[in-house]
Design a protein around this ligand. Structure first.
Ligand SMILES: Nc1ncnc2c1ncn2[C@@H]1O[C@H](COP(=O)(O)OP(=O)(O)OP(=O)(O)O)[C@@H](O)[C@H]1O
Ligand SMILES: [Mg+2]
Length: 306
């Protein structure tokens, strides 16, 4: 077999084979190693490059297999949630008919009402799973954020402990965004509920703030999703802060995972669903929290008008 030829040109080690002429490799030949043969330099770097290519191919294959598995798990979780929802609708319908037929104060009515409550909770969880899986439809209409915050707070306040001080730092109206009103209400409900639940003994403050800014004002280094990038348009920041217990450092990575909760089993869908809805609106979330001091959850969304 014909021996390869090696030569050095423009800081590259080159190999000439009989068939393809000179092949270039991006090899910088250090000046103080001039005694090393070009052959050794070339072959060492060539082997390194072949290994790197093989490694990249293996990584691609792993990524593809993982994406396929994720997709099939999503499909399975979606059909389980749909199935549960349909069956629970039948159970709730029958319970309702039964309850309507019972005379007031009938012996078993309390048990039936408890069954109804449990079925309603399970149905709400199924809907949250479908929301998380992106299997519910949403609209995209001009939406006045401050006005919507006032409306959502009016719905939430009756449940909020009276002792918690609520600060609203936003204008009477604006800014305008494109949004689905139910999804926005759900985002706000999750963040506000978490804020008041974090305040122990109901002694604390909950603040809602709305600011607008340029794409450069969004702290992308800590954005969730991590690969989120702003477009060249204005952004609104809806901030929900509290003086509650804060998120434990070791929990920070997990709080957007479905069913992660430090409360009761069966909870832990508030933040994952809120994040899914924020992503539907082409936005991102950031979290700043100091254990023992409180948390700030900020939602950034594109603005269409002030
Ligand atoms: N403002 C906050 N302060 C402290 N911890 C928080 C705050 N918001 C979220 N967390 C932590 O993140 C976890 C997940 O929150 P998430 O809203 O997803 O579920 P949850 O509140 O436990 O249940 P639910 O499904 O009823 O919302 C909480 O259990 C809590 O540990
Ligand atoms: Mg919650």
């Amino acid at each position: 077999m014909e021996k390869n030829q090696y030569k050095y040109k423009d800081a590259m080690a080159l190999r000439q084979t009989a068939e393809n002429g000179f092949l270039e490799e991006a090899v910088h030949k250090p000046e103080n190693l001039s005694s090393l043969s070009l052959e050794m330099i070339y072959e060492a770097f060539h082997e390194l490059r072949v290994n790197q290519i093989e490694l990249e191919m293996q990584k691609d294959e792993l990524r593809r297999a993982r994406a396929e598995k994720d997709e099939s798990l999503r499909r399975m979780a979606g059909s389980v949630a749909h199935h549960f929802n349909n069956q629970l609708t039948v159970v709730m319908g029958s319970l309702e008919l039964y309850l309507n037929d019972l005379p007031q104060n009938a012996k078993n009515s309390e048990k039936l009402r408890r069954s109804m409550k449990a079925a309603q909770k399970a149905a709400a969880m199924s809907r949250q799973m479908l929301n998380y899986l992106g299997q519910t439809s949403g609209s995209n209409e001009p939406f006045n954020l401050s006005e919507a915050c006032f409306r959502s707070l009016a719905r939430l306040q009756p449940e909020m402990p009276k002792e918690i001080v609520l600060n609203c730092n936003f204008p009477d109206s604006g800014p305008l965004i494109h949004a689905d009103k139910d999804q926005m209400h759900q985002i706000l409900t999750s963040l506000v509920t978490n804020a008041w639940e974090s305040v122990s003994g109901n002694q604390g403050t909950l603040s809602l703030t709305i600011n607008t800014g340029s794409p450069g004002d969004v702290p992308t280094a800590k954005s969730i999703p991590a690969d989120w990038q702003p477009k060249d348009i204005s952004y609104v920041c809806l901030e929900v802060s509290d003086t509650g217990c804060g998120v434990a450092t070791m929990d920070m990575e997990k709080i957007f995972d479905p069913f992660f909760t430090t409360k009761f089993t069966g909870r832990g869908m508030g933040l994952p669903v809120a994040l899914e809805f924020v992503k539907n609106h082409e936005g991102c979330i950031t979290v700043d929290s100091i254990p023992g001091d409180g948390s700030v959850f900020s939602v950034y969304l594109p603005v269409i008008g002030l």
